[in-house]
Write a protein that binds this ligand. Structure first.
Ligand code: URP
Ligand code: ZN
Ligand code: ZN
Length: 470
């Protein structure tokens, strides 16, 4: 089966040019002018933009949290990703006491319903001699990345010695440590003080997780990485000062890379002060307008390498069912913390929103070039996480993960457009110009306008190899 996409404007991380794309089977086989094929299905992409499918390096589907579970699973979250132009997602496996093999098997079981391609990172939340010895076995499972936490004391956090040990093992085995950077000790002091003083509202989530903790922890992680002679990747950067720390460390030869997420570019602690502020509760929290603009600056200047979503959706009011694919569904959500901000499940929806929102409010607003947009949301994550050039590229030999954008399409965005399985959208009423029109996963059209042509089981697990340090 062949597909010929004619006359489109291709946007890659490096350049923008007009060309035809020939797809045979699951791969791009030719890119060039005036391509022909005797029996290919033809799509005229005149006036349209074409990008590689988005690669989201950071999602949490079907993740147990507090007394509930994140509301998108490995099907609904994948479907939502596809409608937003993302065809590869990387999800975090919970580390179980029975070992990595068991943990990965459990997550693989959940991900059987995948609708786009996916891979896994491993959460490293417990370290001892046996865990340390087992880390290299993850490579055989196609998992070359581990996430550590400097917060969530007694639950997810490793101490600095454990993190340093993990960094050294990662370096010896060509793996990459990713880090959630906040100061867990300070947070554990501030939360009980706030509650004792009767502060229970969502803004206290941010006030008990100070920006300086994220900044200090980011620098600490850079220092640990340098001492272990290892690269490191800072997830969900949210403060301008973290970008400063990356610059400081990179200028001194530390192999540190960073990721931010759209909410940290658009929202502030003021959102948490709204009556529906729980909708914006995630960790790390929303910061200030100054942080928003400094993160944009770091993206523009190359100081931050990727934009992921940290998609971890919950219902705002999980007592009221919504209709999803004709079924009524409700999952306990943010209302669990109506009387206590520490009980609000942490996380935001965004796997569908990422590309369309960034296209209008990043590229359209002149904050990023179209090529930077592709680099940050597709090509760089593919390179860093060992999927390039199979993913993140429009070149012969790459998987035919292709997004055809209608640059003129105007959308009043929000819940009505979203396939994320939750009852709210952070970008409700935002006016978008330009939207994915057709999305292909390995040559198969899975989204055509409003039509869903994908299905559960279409997504393949991607075993990853060595990544690049950007
Ligand atoms: O609030 C968030 N981000 N929840 C997901 C877990 C994490 O730390 O990424
Ligand atoms: Zn995190
Ligand atoms: Zn996360």
């Amino acid at each position: 089966m062949a597909l010929l996409i004619k006359n489109g404007t291709l946007i890659t991380a490096a350049e923008t040019y007009n060309a035809d794309i020939l797809v045979e089977g699951e791969q791009i086989t030719q890119i060039g002018q005036d391509l022909a094929h005797p029996n290919a299905e033809m799509i005229d992409a005149s006036g349209k933009f074409i990008t590689p499918g988005g690669v989201d390096p950071h999602t949490h589907f079907d993740l147990p949290m507090f007394d509930t579970v994140s509301s998108d699973d490995h099907y609904t979250g994948h479907k939502a990703a596809a409608f937003g132009g993302t065809t590869t997602v990387m999800d975090f496996v919970v580390q179980e006491p029975q070992g990595f093999r068991h943990s990965v098997d459990l997550w693989s079981e959940k991900a059987q319903k995948a609708a786009v391609d996916y891979s896994f990172h491993m959460n490293l939340t417990h370290m001892d001699d046996s865990v340390a010895a087992d880390i290299p076995t993850l490579r055989d499972m196609g998992i070359t990345t581990l996430k550590v936490f400097t917060a969530y004391n007694g639950r997810l956090r490793l101490d600095d010695g454990g993190i340093f040990r993990a960094l050294r093992i990662a370096r010896e085995n060509g793996m990459l440590i990713m880090s959630h950077c906040e100061n867990g000790d300070v947070i554990e002091q501030l939360i009980p003080s706030a509650l004792a003083a009767g502060h229970t509202t969502p803004e206290w989530h941010a006030l008990t997780r100070p920006a300086w903790g994220a900044i200090e922890s980011t620098l600490r992680m850079c220092a640990l990485a340098q001492q272990a002679d290892s690269p490191v990747y800072i997830v969900h950067m949210n403060v301008g000062g973290e970008a400063d720390m990356l610059q400081y460390a990179r200028e001194r030869g530390v192999k540190v890379m960073g990721e931010t997420c759209p909410p940290y570019l658009f929202f502030t602690i003021d959102e948490l002060r709204r009556p529906d502020g729980a909708k914006w509760i995630c960790s790390p929290p929303m910061r200030t307008a100054n942080d928003n603009s400094r993160l944009w600056d770091a993206l523009k200047s190359g100081g931050i390498q990727t934009i992921g979503t940290d998609h971890c959706a919950f219902f705002f009011d999980g007592t009221k069912p919504i209709s999803y694919e004709g079924n009524q569904i409700s999952i306990p959500g943010k209302e669990l913390g109506n009387d206590d901000f520490t009980k609000i499940p942490n996380g935001l929806p965004g796997v569908q929103d990422r590309l369309p929102v960034l296209w209008t409010f990043g590229v359209g607003a002149g904050k990023l070039s179209a090529n930077q947009f592709v680099a940050l949301t597709s090509t760089n994550p593919a390179k860093i996480f060992g999927l390039y050039p199979r993913k993140g590229a429009l070149i012969p030999g790459a998987d035919a993960d292709i997004v055809i954008w209608d640059p003129k399409k105007r959308v009043e965005y929000g819940l009505a457009h979203s396939h994320q399985r939750t009852d709210y959208n952070l970008y409700e009423g935002w006016e978008l110009t330009g939207y994915p029109q057709k999305v292909f996963l390995r040559g198969k059209m899975i989204v055509d306008g409003e039509k869903w042509l994908g299905k559960t089981g279409d997504g393949k697990f991607l075993k990853r190899g060595d990544g690049q340090v950007l």
